[in-house]
Design a protein around this ligand. Structure first.
Ligand SMILES: [Zn+2]
Length: 387
């Protein structure tokens, strides 16, 4: 009897192990990814934003509630202080490159973006940013270019990717008349409309958007970059509202989605050492983080990763009162620095983003969790020239 019982137990254990390993291999753990980049967002910028809230240093941001944290080492192939193009290339493709390059290696070889790979897998894709969507960070996820300056070409290439949601600034590059907000004749926007996009140009259009199946949305709310949060026009949506709109559209795909959200202008405020604008844009970005976390809580299988591409300004807090009433702070420069930046994660696989990671490792780990094989990868066809 006893031996028989033991045999049963052993059989159950073996079956259990087979079942566990099979279920671990079946569905990828992560269906949806929300990757959020605070451009130029260093740890001290985050600290300042927290102190600016009602309870001073005792306040807590949405970021502070995220359970897993790590550090990212950000230097580029050509500089200790990366630019946004090289850093976005690292985050989008898993490759380190020279400053100025968008998803191309120093020798001009094209490399694949995790977002386009997600599209190939049948997932929906989207971008929400507070700069022109042709700017370095958004475009490194969608195009390959030797220089971030080729704005018109970048805009054309962005449209070719059939990205489901494009929200931000950059109406000028798509040929929108700034007075009428209508597309000019023979403009890129006309091509977008012909390709089936719905175009919106203000906050009302986004808030009152009718979500239909297979909706493809392009919302361009300013000619160039959008405004800083503290001087945002009533016609411009906040980054949190853009995130919410994007999630409504992308969440319709049963195969999942990859959404990039960029709090782009934290960096621009830091370049001019404008502390109030920097804190305002960081708090607005943190509101968008709150929207993403809320979505992930309600939709299991959603991974949220928040990080920065680099630190800007060498911002520091010298002294002050914990109430936040008196704070002495300063800036080291008006450029990017080589400081490490934080990584925050929530959702399935979030524990893979702890410790000190190379900036190129973040997308590699996301790709693994999404069940992608062959990432990172160079693209065989179409090697660009290398001057
Ligand atoms: Zn910058």
């Amino acid at each position: 009897m006893r031996t028989g019982f033991k045999r049963y137990i052993r059989l159950f254990c073996v079956l259990g192990m087979i079942f566990l390993s099979a279920s671990a291999r079946a569905e990828p753990a992560v269906k949806n990814v929300i990757l959020m980049i605070g451009d130029g967002m260093g740890i001290n910028h985050i600290t300042a934003a927290r102190i600016s809230l009602e309870h001073g240093a005792y306040s807590r941001l949405n970021l502070d509630t995220m359970p897993y944290t790590g550090f990212s080492i950000t230097f580029s192939n050509s500089s200790l202080a990366t630019d946004s193009a090289a850093a976005a290339t690292a985050l989008a493709t898993g490759f380190r490159t020279d400053n100025g390059r968008l998803a191309t290696l120093p020798d001009g070889t094209f490399v694949q973006s995790i977002m386009l790979k997600a599209k190939e897998q049948g997932r929906s894709t989207g971008i929400a940013a507070t700069v022109s969507i042709t700017d370095a960070t958004p475009s490194a996820f969608l195009v390959n270019a030797d220089s971030r300056a080729l704005e018109r070409t970048i805009a054309e290439d962005i449209l070719k990717t059939q990205t489901d949601v494009l929200l931000g600034g950059g109406a000028d590059a798509f040929g929108i008349n700034p007075f009428t907000r209508e597309p000019r004749a023979r403009s890129l926007m006309n091509e977008a409309l012909a390709a089936g996009y719905t175009y919106i140009y203000d906050r009302d259009g986004l808030i009152n958007l009718e979500i239909t199946p297979d909706l493809k949305l392009i919302g361009l709310f300013m000619g160039g970059n959008m405004s800083f949060e503290i001087t945002r026009f009533p016609t411009e949506p906040s980054i949190a509202e853009m995130t919410m709109g994007a999630l409504q559209v992308l969440g319709q795909n049963p195969q999942g989605f990859f959404l990039l959200v960029e709090g782009s202008r934290i960096d621009l405020a830091a370049h001019s050492n404008s502390t109030a604008e920097m804190v305002g844009d960081l708090l607005a970005f943190d509101q968008a983080v709150g929207v993403a976390l809320d979505y992930a809580q309600k939709h299991p299988g959603t991974l949220v990763v928040v990080t920065a591409d680099h630190e800007t300004g060498g911002f520091g807090i010298r002294s002050g009162d914990p109430s936040g009433e008196r704070v002495n702070y300063g800036w080291l420069s008006t450029a990017h620095t080589g400081a490490m930046v934080p990584i925050y994660a929530f959702g399935p696989g979030a524990d893979r983003f702890t410790g000190t990671l190379d900036i190129t490792e973040i997308s590699v780990r996301i790709a693994e969790l999404m069940g992608m094989s062959g990432f990172p990868a160079v693209i065989d066809t179409g090697s660009s020239d290398s001057q």
